[in-house]
Design a protein around this ligand. Structure first.
Ligand code: CP
Length: 304
């Protein structure tokens, strides 16, 4: 694995190896040492979890980070191109973690520089490290990845995390329910891939009728920043609100996941139920990102 750009590039074996390594890093049976290594965190879009968890992961590995989160403080403001910015940053670092509003930006970066590139979200396309931490979270809560029933709820059109998640889970015989407002449905190319792989899925409007069948409900916010017309966002922003009433008849292993940030789509009263897993999910991001960084640029030794 040279880069981490799309879940389509990551094999089932690689997924399982990353989950195993994240577990060993969490339970401290593997110690990776990235002393002297530097990750450049280039964020052309806002972030809390991805930015901070990559920084935490790098520091916990003994490495360091260079951070760009405001392009107005860089020479991009003077007209420097994206390619020249990447080539320059690559002279100072061992790994580039890139978030961009432009689909394909991370792929382009990986073809431009000769150090590993991690896609930390490219427009509405992919967010592969989120999908990997999601799978790690699913293994931790369900003790398996195979044969799970998963509802994916919210903005399935612009939500890059769900595109990566569905592709990542496709190797593990899932049964999906997709619940979204009618013009925020899962993109056709993803549905076509699922059909080719004989993966069962249903597109539904209501979630109350299916919630009792679920192992996981993966909720996403409506991606306001991807709407051309703010009025369109206002009309559908509260299409799904998960509250305690919805959870009266769920399975004992049932968990609610969310990549966060949350806006209104999960009522805060749900946070104290045994089903809420989104903040632990965010914490799992540090272990998984340690595993990804180590796999791309690190060496590791087994602790005696
Ligand atoms: N899940 C996620 O990508 O969150 P941030 O946008 O805060 O990084």
């Amino acid at each position: 694995m040279k880069h981490m750009i799309s879940m389509r590039d990551v094999s089932q074996n690689e997924i399982l190896e990353l989950i195993s390594l994240a577990g060993k890093i969490e339970n401290k049976t593997v110690k990776a040492d990235l002393t002297g290594k530097i990750a450049a965190l280039l964020f052309y879009e806002p972030s809390t979890r991805t930015m901070f968890s990559f920084a935490a992961a790098m520091k916990r590995l003994g490495g360091d980070t260079l951070t760009m989160r405001d392009i107005s403080t860089t020479s991009i403001k003077k007209g420097e191109t994206f390619a020249d910015t990447l080539q320059t940053i690559a002279q100072y670092s061992d790994l580039i973690v890139l978030r961009s509003p432009i689909e394909g930006a991370a792929r382009y970066a990986s073809e431009t520089v000769d150090i590993p590139v991690v896609n930390a979200g490219d427009g509405a396309n992919q967010h592969p490290t989120q999908a990997l931490l999601d799978l790690y979270s699913i293994v931790k809560t369900q003790k398996k990845l195979d044969d799970l029933t998963i509802a994916v709820v919210g903005d399935l059109r612009f939500g890059r995390t769900v595109h990566s998640l569905v592709q990542a889970m496709s190797d593990f015989s899932p049964r999906f329910y997709f619940a979204s407002p009618s013009h925020l449905k899962m993109p056709q190319y993803i549905l076509d891939d699922l059909r080719k792989e004989n993966i069962e899925f249903d597109e539904v409007k209501e979630i109350d009728k299916i919630v009792s069948k679920l192992d996981i409900m993966y909720v996403t916010r409506i991606q306001k920043e991807r709407f051309a017309d703010p009025e369109d966002y206002e009309k559908i922003k509260d299409s799904y609100i998960i509250d305690k009433n919805l959870l009266s008849n769920v399975k004992s292993n049932f968990k609610i996941m969310h990549p966060l940030p949350r806006v209104n789509e999960i009522s805060t009263e749900v946070d104290s139920t045994p089903y809420a897993y989104y903040f632990q999910q965010a914490k799992n991001g540090v272990y998984m990102r340690q595993a990804i960084i180590t796999t791309l640029i690190g060496a590791r030794s087994r602790k005696r």
